[in-house]
Design a protein around this ligand. Sequence first.
Ligand SMILES: Cc1cc2nc3c(=O)[nH]c(=O)nc-3n(C[C@H](O)[C@H](O)[C@H](O)COP(=O)(O)OP(=O)(O)OC[C@H]3O[C@@H](n4cnc5c(N)ncnc54)[C@H](O)[C@@H]3O)c2cc1C
Length: 367
Amino acid sequence: MARYDMIILGGGIIGAALAEELARHGQRVTLIERGSIGAEASSAAAGILSAQMDLAGPGPFFELCQAARRMYPRWVEHLERRTNEPVGYHVDGILALAMSGREERAMTRQARWQTRQGLRVERWSSKEVRRHEPAIDGKIRCGFHFPTEAQVDNVQLMRALSAACRRAGVELQEHTAARRLLIREGNVRGVETDHGPLEAQVLVNCLGSWASMGGAFPIPLPVEPARGQMLAFRGPKRLIRRVVMSERAYVVQRRDGRLLVGSTVEFAGFEKTLTLDGIHAILCGLRHMTGSLGACTFLEAWAGLRPYTKDRLPMLGRTPVEGLYVATGHFRHGILLAPITATLMSELILRGRSSFDLSPFSPGRFS
Ligand SMILES: Cc1cc2nc3c(=O)[nH]c(=O)nc-3n(C[C@H](O)[C@H](O)[C@H](O)COP(=O)(O)OP(=O)(O)OC[C@H]3O[C@@H](n4cnc5c(N)ncnc54)[C@H](O)[C@@H]3O)c2cc1C
C-alpha cells in the first residue's frame, strides 16, 4: 500500500493550497482528486476577493477575511515566482450600487461600522459613479466604493497552484475518487480509493460541497451545494474598471476583455445545470445596472457548486478521530480564504495549534 505523511482529499483551491503549504514544510503529501485539479467551484468562481463588501458585521469571520486579504499579495507573488504563471491579481476595488433607499441605508450602516474598524469605504454620488465607471448608466441612488478590495483570475490561479503543488513535491492523483476512510481504534489510517488503498496518519477532508462523502464521512458534515450560474461575454477592454455589484448581479472584467456576470444562489442539489430562470435573473440584474453592454458578445455560461453551511461559516479544524481534519464550507469566500485556510490548517496539523482561534469554525459545531 502506498504510504504518505498526509493525504488531502479534494483538489479544489482549498485542498491544493493546503497540500502545497504542507509539502513546503517537508511533508510527503498526496492530493486525491476525483476529476481534474480545480475543475469544480474553484474554477467556476468570479475571483472577487471581498473582505469587506459583503460582510454583515465585525466578528471572527470578518477577522478571518481581513487576515486573508493581508496575506494575498505575498501568496500570489510566491505562486507567480515559483511557477512563472501570472494569476491576474489586481487591487482595483469593488463598487457596490445602491438602487433603493433601503439599500442606501443598509450600505450607509455598513460603511459606518467598517470605517470604525479602520477600513476605507467611499460614498460616491450617482454622478461620481458615472465619472469613475462610465458604462454604469442604470438608475442608481449612489455607490459605495471599497478601494482596497481585489480580484484574481481564479482559473489562472488554479493553474499556478497545481504547478506549485508539483514543484513542492505533492503527488497529484487526479481522476481518483476517495470511497471511504480507513479508521482503526479511533485513529485515521488512510483512505480507500477507486484505485486502491492509500496509507497516512493524517488526512484532511477538503471535498467542498461533497465533504459528507454521501454519508461515508465518520462525523456529520452538513455541507450543502449552493449552485451559482455564471455568464461570460467579450467587450472592449477596461469597459468596467473595478468589480461592480448590486443586490441582483455583479460584473467583473478581466484584463483580456472577458466580462464575467453572475450569479445565482440556488439549492438544487448537485445539479450543475443552467436554467432559463437563472440566466434571466442574472441578465435582468445586469440590465438594471447598465444598458450599455448590449453589444458585448456571448462567450459561454456555466454553473458551479459553492460549499454552503447553515451559519455560512467554514468548517476548519480537527474531528474526534485522531489525525482526521476538515477544511470546507467556504461558501462564497473560498477563493479569498484559501491562503489563510492553508496557513492555519498547516499550523494546526504540524504544531497542534493555530495562530488564529478556529473554535468558531469547529467542524463539530452542528452536532
Ligand atoms: C458561481 C460561483 C462564484 C463564486 N465566486 C466567488 C468569488 O468571487 N470569490 C470567492 O472567494 N469565492 C467565490 N466562490 C466560492 C468559491 O468558488 C468556493 O468557496 C471555493 O472554490 C471552494 O473551494 P473548495 O476547494 O472547497 O471546493 P471545490 O473547488 O469544489 O473542490 C472540491 C473538490 O473535491 C473533489 N471531490 C469531490 N468528491 C471527491 C471524492 N470522493 N474523491 C476525490 N475528490 C473529490 C471535487 O471534484 C472538487 O474538485 C464562487 C463559487 C461559485 C460556484
